[in-house]
Design a protein around this ligand. Sequence first.
Ligand code: SF4
Length: 535
Amino acid sequence: MTRERKRDEGQWALGSREPLNDNERFKAVEDPLRVRERVEQTYAREGFASIPSEDLRGRLRWWGLYTQRRPGIDGGRTATLAPEELEDEHFMMRVRVDGGELSVGQLREIAALSTEFARDTADITDRQNIQFHWIRIEDVPEIWRRLEAVGLSTTEACGDCPRVVLGSPVAGISPDEVLDATSAIREIVDRHVGDPSLSNLPRKFKSAVSWLPDVPFQIHDIAFLGVEHPVHGPGFDLWVGGGLSTSPRLAERPGAWVPLEEVPEVWAAVAGLFRDHGYRRLRNRARLKYLIADWGVERFREVLETEYLGRPLVDGPEPVLPAAPVDHVGVHEQRDGRYYVGAAPVVGRVSGSRLARLADIVEAHGSGRIRLTPYQKLLVLDVVEPEPLVRDLEAIDLIVHPSRWRRSTMACTGLEYCKLAIVETKDRAAELVAELERRLAGQDTDITVNINGCPNACARTQVADIGLKGQLVVGADGAQVEGFQVHLGGGLSLAKNDEAALGHKPRGLKVAATDLPDFVENLARGYQEGRTDES
Ligand code: SF4
């Protein structure tokens, strides 16, 4: 049952144009995209101290820039310090890689920028982006210039706007694909990233377009997933209103089938509807999922058709989903008879120097294309003889035949750089993977572990078998220590395409960070024994 919200939620469509919070205010004063001029003309010349707060902590996000956490500040002080005490004079910079597509030339430029400007940092995120750290404002115009010269950008990589568009890492090469969605992704990006009519949305707007269900489409604001219509043939099924964070919700199907060439139009219509009808009063109720929760998908579709498209959509069937997420790690045949090779760094952590070596290897094996995956992995496409490539990748610790633990563990940025973090994540995840590989060598398990530094769930706490949400917990000696609240039994699969996919949070189940290897080992052993008993 749906219910109409009565109070003023700041919806533009209802005439509410008075900004109701600080974010809405700075967006109303000026299109955040325009901050770029000031970066190039003033801030890069006059330095960090010249940047006023509204730009520093607000508009710069529209160009992929967040101030990063000052080193040495523990998670216990995250909520108590003022922003200027918490932040360093450096930035995290997010480079959007729409569809996860990279050429070897783009990879080389990312590698070079990392070593020259980012202290050799580069992380593959679980949204197919690359993140640098330690960026100085003085270097930002040069980085933009060089990224844009190779067709990459940081435009709207963060902020209340259309974020990177996820796509299948094997679009255009998979034998299982019927329609390649790449053209739709490119059209959305070309037309609407940096489009001032969509640069002030109520909140972030996450998108995915893929024939194959190898992107986590259920947790996006909008997703188009491949489906065969019995009359019209191959097209895409529309999903809307997904998102995790503190109030997780899976996307729903309005039941509409969209042909490939109409995907950008429908995407823009949904983005416009969100801009006009989305809630702008409270930041934590501004994602599209809250509007869908109140309206229901039937009304959403009706408003979309009547007010935004001016025509009805075609009713469509539900797509068939896989039993488990597909990560493409390993060696796989392409539809042209060549191979793609999927490799696993540990929790997406690579570096500029490693990416430079990767670019050499990719070229030496006759490939020019790389893809990033939504599981913090990477693929090398178009390989004729995969085994020599596998050896060269593994020589730089990009493992093609990894343990299940390396393969199925993800981690967000965490305390090392993130201002919102409460606990450390990346190093802890690397230690956990190494420890579990040692303790459970030879045991085959398909358990997924997602490690998050705070409740924001950037590494998808609620959709892993073991989801870990960073918080302070009471340690053995009674003092507060870094730890995690545990979420169990989540996962995006056909069998659980309902609330069960979000798992559950056993009351009071928390673990200190130092006990994490014991905790996961015990769960894994119990799970294995349960499976053995059932067989
Ligand atoms: Fe930062 Fe929290 Fe997101 Fe991790 S989940 S990257 S700690 S905001």
